[in-house]
Design a protein around this ligand. Structure first.
Ligand SMILES: Nc1ncnc2c1ncn2[C@@H]1O[C@H](COP(=O)(O)OP(=O)(O)OP(=O)(O)O)[C@@H](O)[C@H]1O
Ligand SMILES: [Mg+2]
Length: 463
């Protein structure tokens, strides 16, 4: 085979004929092969040769295969080692696996098996190295206050955070659910001069209008039933620091007016109070609805929108920056492996393929949940396809066509017509709930969306 070698292999065996045979087979496969007749000598060579794989006989004069294996492990090198053992000495091979050998082969060597083992070992090594490299990079380069991302789009966001951290301007963070808006808000506070002062957060969608008002502005004793004592609001608590209003699009029209007034006058009164209270806070807001759109539809005040969005950060959906997926996976793998006390360092090739192809409608939060789950259920050292939620497994295109065909006379029917009928029936049965219909047919949600489009099924809606 011409071109770059597939990998470097070191063969150690005291018998010349075995060295020659292995060398011939592996060279033929495209590997660069070095041989050595003596483990002591091989050990010296390893440091400069840096092979990707070592194949060694167990029984050799001088240092034997086991001693050799131990010595390599002590050098803390991640080289997969494959042992060759005579038939009948399986115990030592098993022992070798315990010490950390990758695999073993019995004599006479089955060439096909050898090729497969080597291929697999190389693949695993590549993943280990990639993950090591990624982790290093993550720590050094692509992590900003725990926000992971190397895509151009995220780099721009990081740059923006640095640029604005020491201004007083309001910041509006827009992005779909799970894109990291809260994380960004915290990063802005923690990289600003106000970082020693409080960061006060409040989720505007979690409280009723009245409660939100008294949470924000505080209240005087007796302001309303249940106001048994005076209470400071979050605006006061954020004095000198940062106030983060999450889901700001949910604020009622009345509170929008009150908030606008505070931003203009830098002072306010507690609920039930008359004394003006001066405050100095930096305001960061976030919304997953498009606020500009809400303004156009008359659901959000135009003047408040302009006050809030002096600086606008738009967080891209994960599907628009898929190059960040491997880094994020590596980040979450490390986080949850540590938490679970497991040593899962890699993701199998197939599983990685599925993870990078999936569209992640729930963005980084969905990816994080998926990896957390995978780490919990995984019973090996790498995440396999079976460790991923079924829905995500099924999203890979080859399984997309898994719909159910009940009739036995397949050859007689028009498959498309039948499919259309089945989907329509399921949609009607479930009151046009696409998710439920997909479940009923045991197909992925995306498939049902595809078919609705393909067969223009919306036309049947309500019929
Ligand atoms: N770039 C990132 N790097 C690391 N973790 C991230 C990143 N983006 C999001 N996350 C994680 O994903 C989860 C969701 O993030 P966050 O709560 O900030 O999203 P959000 O945009 O505020 O979502 P929602 O609109 O639903 O409130 C969190 O656990 C967060 O730590
Ligand atoms: Mg949030």
């Amino acid at each position: 085979m011409a071109g770059t070698p597939e990998g470097k292999i070191l063969v150690v065996d005291d018998k010349a004929n075995i060295r020659e045979v292995l060398s011939a087979i592996l060279t033929e496969e495209g590997y660069e092969v070095r041989t050595s007749s003596n483990a002591n000598k091989a050990l010296e060579e390893i440091v400069t040769l840096l092979p990707d794989i070592v194949i060694t006989d167990i029984r050799m004069p001088g240092m034997d295969g086991m001693g050799f294996l131990r010595a390599i492990r002590e050098m803390d090198m991640d080289i997969p080692i494959i042992l060759i053992t005579a038939y009948g000495s399986i115990e030592s091979a098993v022992e070798a696996i315990k010490i950390g050998a990758y695999d073993y082969l019995t004599k006479p060597i089955n060439h096909e098996k050898l090729k497969i083992i080597i291929k697999r070992a190389l693949e695993q090594r590549r993943y280990i190295l990639e993950n090591k490299y990624l982790r290093q990079e993550l720590q050094e380069k692509y992590s900003f206050c725990n926000i992971v991302g190397s895509s151009k789009k995220m780099e721009k966001v990081f740059q923006m955070i640095k640029t604005i951290s020491n201004t007083m301007s309001t910041v509006l963070i827009q992005g779909e659910s799970g894109t990291g808006k809260e994380l960004i808000a915290r990063a802005i506070h923690h990289s600003s001069q106000r970082k020693e002062k409080p960061l006060i957060e409040i989720n505007c969608s979690a409280l009723s209008e009245g409660l939100l008002e008294s949470e924000l502005f505080g209240h005087e004793k007796g302001a309303f039933t249940g106001a048994v004592s005076r209470k400071k609001g979050r605006l006061e608590l954020a004095d000198g620091g940062t106030l983060f209003l999450d889901e700001v699009g949910e604020i009622s029209p009345r509170l929008q007016v009150k908030l606008l007034r505070v931003l203009q006058e830098k002072q306010f009164e507690r609920v039930g109070g008359i004394e003006p209270i001066k405050v100095d806070f930096r305001l960061i807001t976030a919304a997953n609805k498009d606020l500009k759109d809400m303004v156009l539809k008359g659901n959000f005040r135009n003047d408040l929108y302009y006050r809030l969005s002096v600086i606008m950060i738009r967080l891209p959906a994960l599907r628009e920056r898929k190059e960040d997926i491997p880094l994020l996976i590596s980040h979450f793998l490390q986080k949850y492996s540590v938490r679970e006390g497991k040593s899962i360092g890699t993701v199998a090739h197939d599983a990685m393929n599925i993870l990078t192809k999936y569209d992640w409608p729930g963005n980084v939060r969905e990816l994080e949940n998926c990896i957390e789950r995978a780490v919990v259920v995984c019973n090996s050292e790498r995440i396999m396809t079976r460790d991923l939620p079924e829905e995500i497994q099924e999203s890979s295109s080859e399984k997309e066509e898994k719909y159910y065909i009940p009739s036995t006379k397949v050859e007689e029917m028009d498959l498309h017509k039948k499919e259309k009928e089945l989907i329509l029936e399921a949609l009607r049965k479930t009151g046009w709930n696409k998710a439920k219909a997909a479940k009923l047919l045991n197909i992925h949600r995306r498939t049902i969306y595809n078919r609705i489009k393909k067969y223009s099924l919306d036309l049947f809606l309500g019929k």
